[in-house]
Ligand binder design. Structure first.
Ligand SMILES: NC(=O)c1ccc[n+]([C@@H]2O[C@H](COP(=O)([O-])OP(=O)(O)OC[C@H]3O[C@@H](n4cnc5c(N)ncnc54)[C@H](OP(=O)(O)O)[C@@H]3O)[C@@H](O)[C@H]2O)c1
Length: 292
């Protein structure tokens, strides 16, 4: 078997479960040294054992961090720099949906902290390690429905909060932040792209309570709960890892930068809300403020 990623170091946030673990499995099979990140040391250890066993790659390791905590992100980046020096691929996969608005210990709305601010901070903090590894790649994982608007008066759910609708907005905000970051990284040798994975029945949607859904969708939630495991089981999980594995490893993706791809690895137009410069500027400014 060829191992195109032998000698490359890849970090996958949310790599101890769900789509991220499947992505880590795919990259370990390609020979990469894979660092999976989760919050819980026990779950992380089990994920490492499973991934090593499944892939025969003993260069899978774990790091523990809660991506909603700024100090954890700083510590995570320091550990990567100290232990590995260089980083070839960063996959910002961990994502969060909340039923109710909650603030993190840093005073940031939790879904915004995980889905937008954490990728922003990690890319910044890991940029020296990525730059040392050029050509390097950053992959940000989006989700939700790539339509709708970004409400600049409600970026942290200050005015209204319905979990899934707000999650959708955070993913648009992640894409807007990614678009700006890609513009800033152009020519640096660090390519940044966004992947949409497609649906999979994971702990994210298993743990959603009914109040996270928009009121109009609540009557069909019991039916969704019956259908999701059937429609979006293990095969869907494998499919959902493809777009991130493609951006992280494929020679065909080597020159991609500042693009958004769908679950079939096809280039897709950026959502209108992301193309709006006012949205991009406001989100970048907010990330700058919250990161410091
Ligand atoms: N599932 C879908 O249908 C779907 C559809 C579109 C897009 N997406 C996107 O795909 C990505 C992965 O989704 P998923 O469904 O695989 O999610 P998931 O099942 O909830 O992901 C679980 C993984 O995320 C980690 N995680 C969760 N919260 C964390 C935190 N605060 N800090 C650090 N790690 C954390 C978990 O670590 P622990 O070991 O600590 O639990 C575990 O490794 C997300 O960005 C999501 O928005 C998912």
């Amino acid at each position: 078997m060829t191992e195109p990623l032998r000698g490359k170091t890849v970090l996958v946030t949310g790599g101890t479960g769900g789509i991220g673990k499947q992505t880590a499995r795919g990259l370990a099979r390609l020979g990469a040294r894979v660092l999976v990140v989760g919050r819980d040391p026990g779950r992380a250890r089990k994920a490492v054992e499973e991934l090593r066993r499944d892939t025969g790659n003993d260069q899978v390791d774990s790091l523990t961090a809660d991506v909603t905590h700024r100090r954890d992100l700083h510590h995570l980046a320091d550990q990567v720099k100290d232990r590995h020096g260089t980083l070839d691929v960063l996959i910002n996969n961990a994502g969060v949906t909340m039923a109710r608005r909650e603030l993190t210990e840093d005073g940031v709305e939790t879904a915004f902290a995980a889905n937008v601010l954490a990728p922003y901070i990690l890319i910044h903090r890991l940029l020296p390690a990525l730059t040392r590894a050029t050509p390097a790649r950053v992959v940000n994982i989006t989700g939700g429905v790539p339509r709708g608007r970004i409400d600049l008066d409600n970026l942290q759910g200050e005015r209204s909060y319905v979990g899934l609708s707000f999650y959708n907005q955070t993913k648009l905000a992640l894409m807007a932040m990614s678009y700006t970051f890609a513009e800033r990284l152009r020519g640096s040798g660090v390519n940044l792209n966004v992947a949409y994975p497609g649906h999979a029945y994971t702990s994210m949607n298993q743990s959603l309570t009914i109040d996270a859904y928009p009121p109009a969708a609540r009557p069909i939630v019991p039916l969704l709960r019956l259908l999701m495991p059937v429609l979006y089981g293990q095969r869907a999980l494998v499919k959902a890892s493809r777009s991130s594995i493609y951006l992280a490893s494929s020679p065909h993706a080597a020159d991609l930068h500042g693009t958004y791809i769908n679950s079939k690895c096809q280039r897709t137009p950026w959502p209108t809300a992301v193309l709006d410069q006012r949205n991009r500027d406001a989100i970048w400014t907010l990330c700058e403020k919250l990161a410091s």
